[in-house]
Design a protein around this ligand. Structure first.
Ligand code: FES
Ligand code: FES
Length: 975
């Protein structure tokens, strides 16, 4: 490849910088990053996210789409590095750190650069002007829900106008040493606001000589096809290409080429791992990978990847659950039926015979029914799959990556690569968020395969589009349900039949299906239940973890039915819910008491706000702009269940500080500050400050296994393990007179300065898995609760819905760090709004990038988000806390959908509520017709017949534990 360079001179951050560039291929962001300004972050790479924002001759631009050739010599450029540094922070940087505006931090440099330009132009903006500005500069933040970002700009502007000092906007250590609950700044925030956090792509630029650069080959020619041949010759012959790796190379290097898989459920029919590292026989979905090209540069690898072709024989493509379960559908995986697992739920009269519930509903005074579909929600983190892999001097395979489960990834991919467990080290890079997709280790194994097959260090960065097609998504669900009430509006029975589309691969499918089996009609008192949840393979993106894993699908069915029943009864939907929430002594659909009963208090707190909102909506309602208020209950479990465990280590260091070691994977949710908060609280007797704690995290060589970041478990599990470790350390340090030994004194007395704390849920009384025959069980020790209210406006001309205000009353136990918990709340709510209104990954062409997939910009999310935390102490939780993340994304989408129905009478059954869909409903109503609703879905067979079949064929089960490794997969538990 011929390369012609060009000399360029730019005035960057006030300094004249001559350098060479490639005018043909490089963008401004490429050039700036190559010369060391890696504070310029590239997320989408296509001009839709703003993370690469710089100021060019006084204007904010997105540098990833600006060709370097189009930038005139001696142009003035400002990047984050020119705005402030660790020694001299700009007020914007201080404000970002202290207002909770930093989560993953990937968007932060772009936002601060943009805000800097705004304040130059307008030193005293209103909140709405700040929002208008970021809308114009197209800055996306997927973590914060934007509110704390606007807070930060307002605070910094005040400092810059001289109305307060920089000290006034900083968190100061409390004199009484009471840190718990306070907005202690995240330890990782400083690196993020200065642009110095080296995310995966920044590490890639800093890899030593000898590194190979990878590009995946995703043929993207079919969703389902037989592979007849893979042609790599042309790519391999290209200068600079080192190797093209396919399945046969990995097999030759000793790998199994299978991703380890296990099943958690006795009713799973999956017998062999469903996923390969490199596909060689079949393409199961659009994003499948058949080869990895390794070359001397990323550019070369990408060029060569385009030359790899496949010959295929097309097979029938099943892109939804409904297609895959039709009687004439062929199997996606030859060795198992498309519906591969199922979980029944029986309660009350249903326990004896499910048909009793059907009969009870048939005869009930009031019955509503409906069918609903929730979408294949994409996570849309701004950073995608980016990683590095190499052998260290001891022959250990090291993978630097984004992972929510560093330890269990080893179990998942060890055999795939043929590398023994003790020859693995997984290390997290600073990461640009995940929200769940990085639980499955698929990208780790690709980079690892590159190193295993060549012995060379490998750097793999997928383009955003490649990542979007490669990563898993939230399972879409189709559901039919009925709800029955007596004449007083008390629920007497419910039935629900849910089909979850787990896409091309099975891993995790038997786990996710247990969520609708727990959270449908939660947290109400439903005395009689007949329910079934089934999960099937299709030819679409595989299902994976996503905040509030599996429960939004449940609320998509039950919360609209609650509203529909209220209408039928002529009751207010709030009052109908109030009447039916579970009170002490009443049980959940799994026939167990709720672990806590904060429901009534939460509704009492919401009631005046609801009444005010309804009155305001009524007053503001016009024929052009209809207003409505939607309510939805939600919640989620805490921990992975009956056999969850976590280890942490605490050490008194030679420097007199406390060193804390754990794998609380920090995806931006606050793994660093959460770990800090529980450590400060557990060691309060030592009167330590945040500066006295050094965190060492997320490196399997240095840290014990704290488990995955998921299931809202981290705070609960790490916190409890930290309490145990702290007690041990304090006992070791305590002298007979009650004072504490120094490091030197402990060493002199031969006392251990480093201790391990291990916590297991087996210590929680009464935990039991869901019975696979009846759904009876109580698998987790705590819950989190959210009552959501959305105030919406529908434009009747266009059908466009705007969420004007959102209120959430929650119960997450004692709040550990107010900024971090609020950040999870705002972030979760913003995803819920996007989920309700526009996010999707069903159309692989249209939804290939963040914009097309419907990511929410700042004006899509209301500034007016009000979160009220109920002060409840969780008995077994650390310091009274619970988990604090997933409930916030459980049901907010239904509050929005219920709000639309209240506003204009259009009930959205199949998400998202795109303007055209709402408009069609409005037009139908105007024409005096019923808006279109789906007929009862066919989910594979009649639900009652299937429940009868399950009853006649009970399975044996262990109420405490079940995990079955498949085939030659690693026997380690993958979660
Ligand atoms: Fe440039 Fe997204 S706009 S990276
Ligand atoms: Fe904004 Fe993560 S903090 S994208």
């Amino acid at each position: 490849m011929e390369v012609r360079l060009q000399k360029k001179v730019l005035i960057i951050n006030g300094v004249e910088r001559p350098f060479m560039c490639d005018p043909e291929r490089e963008t401004l962001s490429d050039a700036l990053r190559r010369i060391g300004l890696t504070g310029v972050k590239v997320g989408c790479g296509t001009g839709v996210c703003g993370s690469c924002s710089v100021i060019l001759n006084g204007k904010v631009i997105r540098s990833c789409t600006k060709k370097i050739a189009a930038v005139e010599d001696y142009s003035k450029i400002t990047t984050i590095e020119g705005i402030g540094n660790a020694q001299h922070l700009h007020p914007l940087q201080v404000a970002w750190m202290n207002c909770g505006a930093v989560q993953c931090g990937f968007c932060v440099p772009g936002f601060i650069v943009s805000a800097y330009a705004l304040l130059q132009e307008n030193p005293d903006p209103t909140r709405e002007e700040v929002r208008d500005w970021f809308q114009k500069t197209r800055n996306v933040c997927r973590c914060t829900g934007y509110k704390q970002i606007v807070d930060a700009v307002m605070a910094a502007a005040k400092v810059m106008r001289g109305e307060c000092s920089i000290e006034d906007i900083k968190f100061h250590n409390p004199e009484d040493g009471e840190y718990y609950g306070k907005p202690v700044v995240r330890p990782s925030a400083l690196a993020k606001v200065t642009g110095l956090a080296d995310y995966g792509d920044d590490q890639a630029l800093k890899m030593p000589e000898g590194t190979l650069y990878g590009a995946i080959v995703q043929p993207r020619v079919a969703h389902h096809a037989k592979i007849l041949a893979i042609h790599t010759e042309e790519a391999e012959a290209m200068p600079g290409v080192y190797k093209v790796i396919t399945a046969k190379d990995l097999l030759a290097a000793g790998g199994s080429n299978l991703m380890a898989e296990g099943q958690f459920h006795e009713r799973s029919t999956v017998m062999t791992p469903s996923r390969k590292v490199f596909q060689d026989e079949k393409i199961f979905r659009y994003g499948d990978v058949v080869a990895l090209v390794l070359a001397e540069s990323h550019g070369l690898a990408r060029e060569a990847a385009k030359k790899v072709t496949v010959d295929i024989e097309p097979l029938p493509e099943y892109l939804t659950y409904l297609d895959a379960v039709m009687p004439d559908a062929i199997r996606v995986h030859d060795d198992t039926p498309n519906i591969f697992a199922e979980q029944p739920v029986l309660k009350g009269v249903g326990m004896e015979d499910a048909y009793n519930v059907e009969e009870m509903i048939d005869k009930a005074p009031y019955v509503v029914e409906g069918s609903f579909m929730s979408t294949r929600e994409p996570h849309l983190s701004i950073e995608g799959c980016v990683l590095q892999s190499y052998f260290d001097k001891d022959g250990v395979l090291c993978i630097h990556c984004k992972s929510q489960c560093t330890y269990s990834s080893i179990g998942r991919i060890g055999n795939s690569l043929g590398v023994p467990k003790d020859k693995f080290r997984i290390i997290m890079n600073p990461t640009g968020a995940s929200f769940g997709w990085s639980t499955n280790a698929g990208d780790l194994v690709l980079a690892g395969a590159g190193t295993v097959c060549t012995g060379r260090p490998v750097s793999l960065s997928m383009s955003y589009e490649e990542h979007q097609h490669y990563s898993g998504k939230r399972c879409p669900a189709y559901s039919n349900g009925r709800l029955a009430c007596d004449k007083d509006g008390k629920i007497i029975a419910a039935e629900f039949d849910v089909g979850m589309d787990h896409g091309a691969y099975s891993w995790g499918g038997d786990d996710v299906m247990t969520k609708p089996a727990r959270f449908t009609f939660w947290p109400y008192n439903v005395p009689n239940v007949a329910g079934l949840v089934r999960v099937a393979n299709t030819n679409h993106a595989f299902g994976t973890a996503y905040r509030s894993y599996g429960s939004p699908q449940a609320y998509t069915l039950s919360e609209p039915l609650m509203d529909m029943m209220a209408d039928k009864l002529g009751m207010d939907p709030f009052e109908f819910r109030y009447k039916n929430i579970a009170r002490p002594g009443e049980t959940n659909i799994n026939s167990y008491p709720f672990r806590q009963y904060p429901m009534e208090k939460m509704m009492d707190t919401m009631r005046p706000l609801y009444e005010k909102a309804v009155a305001e909506a009524k007053a503001a309602d016009t024929p052009e702009k209809r207003r409505g208020v939607g309510i939805a209950w939600g919640g989620f479990n805490v921990t992975e269940g009956t056999t969850d465990s976590a280890e942490v280590a605490l050490e008194l260091g030679a420097d007199g500080r406390i060193w804390k070691y754990d794998t609380w994977h920090n995806m931006g949710q606050g793994g660093d500050v959460g770990s800090l908060m529980v450590t400060l609280e557990a060691l309060k007797e030592l009167h330590i400050t945040p500066e006295d704690v050094q965190l060492v995290q997320n490196d399997t060589k240095l840290c014990p296994d704290t488990g995955m970041a998921g299931a809202s478990r981290s705070f609960y599990m790490d916190g409890n393990a930290t309490k145990i470790a702290a007690e041990k350390l304090l006992n070791n340090m305590r002298k007979p007179d009650g004072t504490f030994r120094t490091y030197e004194e402990m060493k002199a007395e031969g006392i251990e300065t480093k201790v391990i704390g291990r916590y297991e849920t087996t210590t929680t009384p009464g935990l039991t898995r869901l019975d696979p025959n009846t759904g009876v069980g109580d698998p987790t020790p705590a819950f989190t609760y959210c009552l959501n209210m959305a105030e919406v406006e529908v434009d009747t001309k266009t059908g466009k819905t705007t969420v004007l205000k959102f209120t959430c009353v929650d119960m997450v136990g004692r709040v550990g760090n107010i900024d971090a918990v609020n950040g999870q709340a705002y972030g979760g709510i913003s995803h819920s709004i996007g989920f309700a209104l526009k996010e999707d990954y069903q159309d692989v062409k249209k939804h290939a990038n963040m914009f097309g997939a419907g990511v929410s910009y700042i004006k899509d999310i209301p500034d007016d988000i009000n979160v009220i935390h109920m002060p409840v102490t969780i008995e077994d939780g650390p310091f009274g806390s619970s988990g604090a993340s997933e409930a916030f994304q459980a049901s907010g989408h239904v509050a929005v959908l219920n709000g639309i129905a209240r506003a204009c009478g259009v009930r959205i059954h199949e998400m998202p509520a795109l303007p055209a869909k709402v408009k069609a409903g409005l037009d139908a109503i105007a024409a005096g017709k019923e808006p279109e609703a789906p007929k009862k879905y066919f989910l594979g067979s009649d639900m009652y017949e299937e429940l009868e079949n399950i009853k006649e064929n009970p399975v044996q089960y262990d109420s405490y534990n079940f995990y079955q490794p498949l085939g030659d997969a690693d026997a380690d538990r993958p979660f």
